[in-house]
Ligand binder design. Structure first.
Ligand SMILES: Cc1cc2nc3c(=O)[nH]c(=O)nc-3n(C[C@H](O)[C@H](O)[C@H](O)COP(=O)(O)OP(=O)(O)OC[C@H]3O[C@@H](n4cnc5c(N)ncnc54)[C@H](O)[C@@H]3O)c2cc1C
Length: 274
């Protein structure tokens, strides 16, 4: 006999654990499944920034010089494997098309609706889970070597401030040098994004949310999401402790999500950036 839940969440990274906790807080009996321990995928070693300023998705470069610099594959900003290009050709073309300024700004309005409340949401969850000590205020500093890229970044920052309530300070060469004494002198300047919080231990934050989820009656089990099946009344997965069924399914498998959505016959426009 399968164990019944209201919702199964596949993937116990920071995204899956946060969703599972939000569902459990709303009284939905939730089962969280991962093939390894919680927070041991990408969420183990990310840079730990809660990026309130990241309200616009990274656009695909459209200036020829920038495209050529990425195509040479020698940039620190983007690196690709040549063997992946056949698979990435169509997504790259769609990405390029949607990065045209007007389309990009229209998409950003939807994207920003998810991002603008990220600090409030994490502060609320961390407060409940007793984990606010893992947050460090102070934002982050983006520096630019060349005046041209700084000007471009400042224009984008002004747009984000006007439309999405992002706050920042523009810094000149001397201010950057004063703030970060170990940087080489002579940089064009920088932007201090003042709102983001840094997480001192991303794995510990995921574990803290998970512990609180379990305190609320949620369950975590080990199992492979590849075994998920569509049933007449919902979904069924296999865990190390037997089968589990639920009316609803959330796929929060990070970079591995397309493998499962494809197998289930769904084709959202997803591809893995890194
Ligand atoms: C170097 C680096 C730095 C980054 N820095 C930041 C940052 O500062 N701020 C930021 O917001 N983002 C950052 N990111 C992006 C970051 O990856 C995400 O923000 C976040 O960690 C993603 O969480 P997730 O839950 O979606 O994915 P994951 O943490 O990868 O979770 C997916 C889970 O799915 C599980 N899984 C996969 N396949 C299966 C299967 N078949 N069966 C069962 N379980 C499965 C995995 O085990 C994993 O636990 C960074 C990424 C990288 C690579």
């Amino acid at each position: 006999m399968a164990n019944q839940h209201a919702v199964i969440v596949l993937g116990a990274g920071i995204v899956g654990v946060s969703i599972a906790l939000q569902l459990q807080l709303r009284g939905r009996q939730t089962l969280l499944l991962d093939r390894q321990g919680p927070g041991e995928g990408t969420s183990f070693g990310n840079a730990g920034l809660i990026q309130r300023e990241a309200v616009m998705p990274h656009p695909f470069p459209r200036a020829l010089a920038q495209m050529l610099s990425y195509a040479r594959n020698r940039s620190t900003e983007a690196y690709y494997r040549g063997t992946m290009l056949p698979r990435l050709a169509i997504p790259f073309m769609q990405y390029w098309y949607n990065s045209q300024e007007e389309r990009h700004r229209a998409i950003a309005r939807h994207y920003a609706a998810l991002i603008t409340h990220c600090l409030d949401d994490h502060l609320a969850l961390a407060g409940l889970a007793g984990a606010t000590n893992l947050f460090r205020a102070g934002g982050w500093l983006q520096v630019h070597a060349h005046a041209e890229s700084l000007d471009h970044a400042l224009q984008e920052a002004a747009y984000k401030a006007e439309h999405f309530g992002v706050t920042y300070e523009a810094l000149n060469t001397a201010q950057v040098a004063q703030m970060e004494t170990t940087l080489r002198p002579g940089l064009a300047g920088g932007i201090h994004w003042t709102q983001p919080l840094a997480v001192t231990d991303p794995h510990a934050l995921t574990r803290a949310y998970l512990n609180y989820f379990i305190q609320l009656g949620g369950e975590f089990r080990t199992g492979n999401a590849e075994k998920v099946q569509k049933e007449q009344t919902g979904w069924r997965v296999q865990s190390a402790h037997g089968p589990i069924e639920a009316a609803e399914l959330v796929i929060a498998l990070g970079a591995w999500s397309p493998d499962i959505t494809r197998a289930l016959g769904f084709h959202p426009p997803l591809f893995v950036k890194r």
